[in-house]
Design a binder for this molecule. Structure first.
Ligand code: NAI
Length: 328
């Protein structure tokens, strides 16, 4: 098949070329949107990532251009209008799980960095400052952690946090029986938030979960609690979180995703003035750690993403069962 790959970075090209099962690949650096959808003329498929736009308008243009397949090289699909895809007769396949440990381990790295301030210690030591002032953390052992979402990544997180000796509770509309058997207690969202020193988000972005962390739910947080979001930016109402940090209600914030990330993340903007005042404000806080959607970014995950993307493409090309298809 002839596949147009959007939002290509050097590492995408490297892994997709290495694991290609014989398709004709064309790499575009830009994210797909209505302004550049003409590029897809005469392609059989497009291969998209988290910040490409596949809304109704784009999908209808894709159909006119002859595209029959959207290959998401990620798990989340909130950027694809599935109803519009079905109406256009375009099939949408994704990579449902690829090394959930990669994202869970990154969430842990964020917790450890915010807590033990190793980023600050690193800079201090390089300047010959060996003082411990303001570097005090807390023991993870015995700390209460709320997992919001216990799917593939939430489960990986549960296993790691258990190893640390954390006291874990969870909120998920679909509790996992295996985890319950292992002793995990599911509660209401409010109860999970009220009790926790650390709240970590591992649920998809849906109409129900949109801005689930907002002014109202932030009031349930324990004073000084830590919030970690490695899932999707719009799970969090960012300006409410800024106010909560300013008042001291929220004690730490770790974000690997951001609601307006498409204009920023994955790009080198070091020579430019950041136009997004909200992220500029967040960057200025000493108790905020932001990474640029890198939770998935390990060698193992990149290999699995490439392999599953091509097995999806092959299944479509060979009219086989599409096990990774997503429907509305
Ligand atoms: P999954 O589909 O295996 O699990 C999601 C869980 O969330 C399910 O158990 C579901 O019942 C639960 N859930 C649904 N709505 C909920 C709600 N309103 N409140 C609480 N729980 C809810 O998904 P997986 O693989 O664990 O991934 C979770 C999310 O992580 C993805 O949707 C994606 O947005 C994000 N992600 C981020 C990456 C990164 O690089 N930062 C990489 C991969 C995924």
């Amino acid at each position: 098949m002839k596949i147009a790959v959007f939002s290509t970075c050097s590492y995408d090209q490297e892994f997709l070329e290495r694991y290609n099962t014989g398709h004709e690949l064309f790499f575009f650096k830009q994210a797909l949107n209505f302004d550049n959808v003409l590029l897809t003329k005469a392609f059989d498929a497009v291969c998209l990532f988290v910040n490409d736009c596949a809304d109704e308008q784009v999908l209808s243009a894709l159909r006119e251009n002859g595209v029959k397949l959207v290959l998401m090289r990620c798990a989340g699909f909130n950027n694809v209008n599935l109803e519009a895809a079905e109406e256009s007769g375009i099939r949408v396949l994704r990579v449902p799980a690829y090394s959930p440990e990669a994202v869970a381990e990154h969430a842990i790295a964020m917790i450890m960095t915010l807590n033990r301030k190793t980023n600050k210690a690193y800079n201090r030591i390089r300047e010959g400052n060996f003082s411990l002032e303001s570097l005090m953390g807390f023991n993870l052992h015995g700390s209460k952690v709320a997992l919001l979402g216990t799917g593939n990544i939430g489960k990986a997180m549960y296993r790691i946090l258990k190893g640390f000796g954390c006291l874990i509770s969870a909120y998920d509309p679909y509790p996992d029986v295996e985890l319950q058997r292992d002793g995990l207690i599911y509660t209401s969202l409010a109860d999970a938030l009220t009790d926790a020193e650390i709240v970590t988000l591992h649920c998809p972005l849906t109409d129900q979960s949109f801005h689930m962390i907002n002014e109202q739910t932030l009031k349930y947080f324990k004073k000084g609690a830590m919030l970690i979001n490695t899932s999707r930016g719009a799970l969090v109402q960012t300006s409410d979180v800024v106010n909560s940090l300013k008042s001291g209600q929220l004690g730490y914030l770790g974000l690997d995703v951001y609601e307006q990330e498409s204009a920023l993340f994955f790009h080198d903007l070091s020579g430019e003035v950041i136009q997004d005042d909200l992220i500029a404000r967040l960057i200025s806080f000493p108790n905020v750690l932001i990474t640029s959607h890198q939770g998935f970014f390990t060698r193992e995950a990149m290999q699995q993403i490439a392999e599953i993307t091509f097995s999806n493409a092959d299944a479509f090309a060979n009219h086989e069962n599409l096990i990774n298809e997503i429907k509305s």
